[in-house]
Design a protein around this ligand. Sequence first.
Ligand code: V47
Ligand code: SF4
Length: 359
Amino acid sequence: MDNLFENLHAKVASQQRITDAEALALFESNDLLAIGELAAAVNEHKNGDRVYFNVNRHINYTNYCVNQCTFCAFSKLEGDDEGYTLALDDIREKAQEALAAGATEIHSVGGLHPRLPFEFYLDMLRTIKSVSPKLHVKAFTAVEIDYFSNISKLSILEVINALREAGLGSMPGGGAEILGKEVRDKICPEKISGERWLEIIEEIHGTGIKSNATMLFGHLENYADRVDHMRRLRELQDRTGGFQSFIPLAFQPDNTRVPGAKGVGGVDALKTLAISRIYLDNFQHVKAYWVMLGLKIAQTALCFGVNDLDGTVIEEQIGHDAGADSPQVIGKERIVRLIRKAGKSPVERDTLYNELTVY
Ligand code: V47
Ligand code: SF4
């Protein structure tokens, strides 16, 4: 073992945080197995051999979006034949199906629709909760919260409070992309800045609402951009403690407009997941989103420090529009089997990581 890994093993064993320079050195190392071993040790200490999943359904209520992020194959402009907006009745039906299939969570995000009023989003939450108050609604990103504030002329806090009253339970981690300005200006110039994303999330955490954090990787960013992204999240988490899990999202290049982007190989995916586990010492969970990673890499990631396999999903659109070749849905039994075959103990959780069934 060379010096880097010796030092880092000693550091993580004594609960010390690794530096940005050390994270960068890990990205530049080709010793994937040593990185994985370190990440697995960190995760073992935090979560033992438990690997979480939940039973959820995605509802992407509209794909119309006033932004045109270059990495996004999901968004459509008005007039496009492939554009859609779900009616409240459709949303109710999808929530009923989810409930009947044993879902505990509805994960709902969409584009920034040019004309829907803020009231639509409140009605959507009320509709889902009317199906069952037990369904946890994890919805909207900081990008949408900022947009709702613009269209409703309410403050961020007023928007959050109105959403919460209508049934919002927590928030997913989308919209973070790469927080640094140079890359962000190239991949999503119309989106709120990285600083604004962090500011809104800080306000959300201040109200007691939990969220996740994502990082979209494998497009135009370099390793230093990834470390800078994670540093900003680690600093915010030090202040709020409001992030539940970190989810590195592997970029899917089909039908997108990112010049020269080729998508993410298995080595880069595993390395990125593992390094995030080592670096983000104040995040309890690192999630492998199998929709973007594929099931095989997502399962392998469980030996590289990852302790969450996301959910059963159902009807995912954002990654599949961009060419993800993973299934649209996988059943609970399959997730349990994948986790067991990785030598771990599957645990079904709810959105807030309360344990529901230990297998
Ligand atoms: O913010 C868009 C990403 C995100 C592409 O919090 C793409 O539990 C890859 O945030 N290739 C939305 N990614 C998805 C998301 C998410 C997913 C699963 C779980 C959770 C959670 C959150 O999808 C967007 C964007 O970063 N995205 N286009 C693409 N071509
Ligand atoms: Fe719109 Fe979100 Fe797609 Fe960007 S990533 S174009 S904000 S739907």
